[in-house]
Design a protein around this ligand. Structure first.
Ligand code: HEC
Length: 104
């Protein structure tokens, strides 16, 4: 009997965990932003805090970040490699990334 109760409690806790994780993921922008920014973190360090020789990109104003990313993508702002890494994002995705990095 005891085993059955323990097993059921474990199952309930597992399901609760899934529900909680699901809830956070569907809250959307923050976790999607984190996922998108994980690509940036490979060069700019965890949380975009900088990893020599790549500059820190955390704490930047969201609008400024979106503007500079568009400028890199269009080559209006010259860069050695950001031109490539600024390609292919929608405005919404750029904002989500910028919001995540701003909070770091
Ligand atoms: C392959 C390495 C690499 C990746 C990946 C990368 N960056 Fe960069 N980033 C650089 C380098 C190097 C610079 C300096 C400009 C240049 O020469 O391209 C830079 C510059 C920047 C700057 C300007 C910072 C300043 O102070 O002038 C911003 C903003 C930026 N990156 C954002 C991002 C974002 C957002 C992503 C993810 C979509 C990203 N970067 C991905 C290497 C990278």
């Amino acid at each position: 009997m005891t085993c059955k109760i323990v097993a059921q409690t474990g199952l309930a806790a597992g399901l609760l965990g899934i529900l909680l994780v699901g809830g956070v993921a569907s809250a959307g922008d923050v976790s999607r932003g984190a996922l998108l920014a994980s690509h940036c973190e490979t060069c700019h360090g965890m949380g975009g805090k900088g990893a020599m020789p790549n500059p820190a990109i955390n704490g930047m104003d969201v609008a400024d970040m979106v503007d500079i990313m568009k400028a890199f993508a269009s080559k209006e702002e010259s860069s050695t490699m950001m031109y490539r890494h600024a390609q292919g994002y929608t405005e919404e995705e750029l904002k989500m990334m910028a919001e995540y990095l701003k909070g770091k």
